[in-house]
Every structure is written in structure tokens, then in C-alpha cells.
Ligand binder design. Structure first.
Ligand code: ZN
Length: 279
């Protein structure tokens, strides 16, 4: 089923972002195969460079979805950059790896959240978190990046305008800048989401923390005192520090200098231990 040219008639074009993957394309028909699987999903804006093994896609799909589409061709895709739509230029991108007490490698609730400032106003926030109880969980950017004593030392919600806690739908004076509302986990405990926020800016949050909470955020509508502070969302199940990540064309790494493992093999190998040369 071919994609419809000029698709996304629902107005979501404004939310489109550029995402760049490194894909180990070793044959000429790889290029066509990848274009075909993306076109079948209505994604027509695809730039492939066989020499640099780069695949750049402009769409409103999450990076995890795009990765699985590309990998359905049998190739391994590694995310290497994110940017806005105009020429793919990045205004700022960041990533946080979340885990219990801020440690991604602790089994339990864990996931990755990416931030991509696609225009001066709009920030795409997307990710996948596993190990949640089914249902809604609050998501918020917190003041600091201090996980020395777990998620509890990240401080309050990021609130540069001294506003009350609220919904991400509220205007910037009627919510904390860090308020991102709720994400919903399915029956397997996985929450996959992609949202666009016009208050939060990537350049304001590098080095701060992000927390997914035990309970649903009541968006400041509850009757308890905590409702106006943190949406009564309970303690943090998992958190991570927000770090700068690469824009489009900024990341040309293909081989790890530590042991010569390619970025594609690296993804399926452990970071340390058997199967990976140590030291
Ligand atoms: Zn808040």
C-alpha cells in the first residue's frame, strides 16, 4: 500500500521531526527495501546515503517505531541523531536513561526518554518505559540531576516561573515547566509515548532529572495539598539524568575505539563481561 504524498492531513506535520539512523547497508537493494517498508507506513521523506550508511527520516513517528520498521528488513538500525524539520537542523537534543534510583542497569522499571527541540517552541518528548504497573503514571522533569540518594534527591518539579503544579495542557504560568502529565502502561507494563510540549525547552533541562512516578498525576485538580505540588503522584519508580545527545549529521561514529566492535554489533553485545572484551 503506497503512502499518500503530502500525508499527515490531520495537521500533525507540525510535530514532525528528523531522525537519523546508522544502518549496516551492505547491498544496493537494502536502500529500496528500507524505502519500501517506510513508504508502506506512509513515510515518504527518507534520505539514504549508502556511503555513510545513514538513513534520515522525517515523520511524526517515534524513533522506536521507525527503528522497528527499518529492522523489519533484517538490518540493524542505531539511532545517531535527531533534529527539526528544516534541513534537519537540530536546535537541541537530549536523552535520559531511567532506572530505579537513577541506575538504568538495575533490573525493574527502566527505559529511555528522548527530547528533540524541533522548533523554537516545540519539543518532542518520546520514549519507552518497561516494568510499570498497567495504567497511568506521572512524568515530570525535576529541578536537579542529583541521584546520589536515588530519585528522591532530584528535588521538586522544574519550576522556573514559580507556578503551581498543573497539566501540560495548561499555559506556562499555570503549570510547572517540568509537568508532562501522565504516560499509560499497557498490560505488559510498557509505556510507549510521543508528545509535543511548547513550554519545556531542551536547553533548559540538560543536567536536570526526569522521573516516572508510582501513581497517576492528578494534574493539580485534587483536593490534597500535594495535588498543587506534585499531582499526588507518589514516589519515583525510575528516574534518570538528562544529557545532551547528537543532532543530525553530528555523530559519525561507526566503530567503538575501545575494542573495534561496530555500533551495530555493540547493540546486541553486553556492555561489559563475557562476550565483550573488558578493560
Ligand atoms: Zn509539577
Amino acid at each position: 500500500m503506497p503512502g499518500i504524498p503530502g500525508t499527515e492531513q490531520d495537521g500533525s506535520t507540525n510535530m514532525a521531526a528528523t531522525v537519523e539512523f546508522s544502518v549496516n547497508m551492505t547491498c544496493n537493494n537494502c536502500e529500496q527495501k528500507i524505502k519500501n517498508v517506510l513508504m508502506e507506513r506512509g513515510i515518504n521523506d527518507v534520505k539514504i546515503n549508502l556511503e555513510t550508511q545513514s538513513v534520515q527520516v522525517i515523520s511524526n513517528k517515534s524513533t522506536d517505531e521507525l527503528k522497528s520498521f527499518i529492522e523489519s528488513t533484517g538490518k540493524v538500525a542505531v539511532l545517531v541523531g535527531q533534529g527539526g524539520v528544516a534541513g534537519g537542523k537540530s536546535l537541541g537534543a537530549a536523552v535520559a536513561m531511567l532506572g530505579k534510583d537513577g541506575d538504568y542497569f538495575t533490573p525493574g522499571t527502566q527505559g529511555v526518554i528522548r527530547f528533540n527541540q524541533i522548533s523554537k517552541t516545540s519539543c518532542v518528548i518520546e520514549g519507552t518505559i518497561d516494568g510499570l504497573s498497567p495504567g497511568e503514571h506521572g512524568l515530570a522533569v525535576h529541578e536537579t540531576g542529583d541521584v546520589s540518594r536515588g530519585c528522591g534527591t532530584l528535588g521538586d518539579h522544574f519550576n522556573p516561573r514559580n507556578a503551581r503544579h498543573g497539566s501540560p495542557e495548561n499555559g506556562e504560568t499555570d503549570r510547572h515547566a517540568g509537568d508532562l502529565g501522565n504516560i499509560t502502561a499497557d498490560h505488559n507494563g510498557r509505556a510507549s509515548f510521543r508528545l509535543v510540549d511548547n513550554v519545556l525547552k531542551v536547553w533548559d533541562i540538560i543536567g536536570r532529572g526526569i522521573v516516572v512516578s508510582e501513581n497517576k498525576d492528578d494534574l493539580g485538580l485534587g483536593s490534597s495539598l500535594l495535588s498543587k505540588i506534585n499531582g499526588n503522584c507518589g514516589s519515583g519508580l525510575a528516574c534518570g539524568i538528562i544529557a545532551r545527545s547528537a543532532g543530525i549529521g553530528e555523530n559519525t561514529k561507526k566503530i567503538c575505539q575501545c575494542d573495534g566492535v561496530t555500533i551495530w554489533d555493540e547493540r546486541i553485545k553486553p556492555l561489559v563481561g563475557p562476550g565483550r572484551r573488558e578493560n
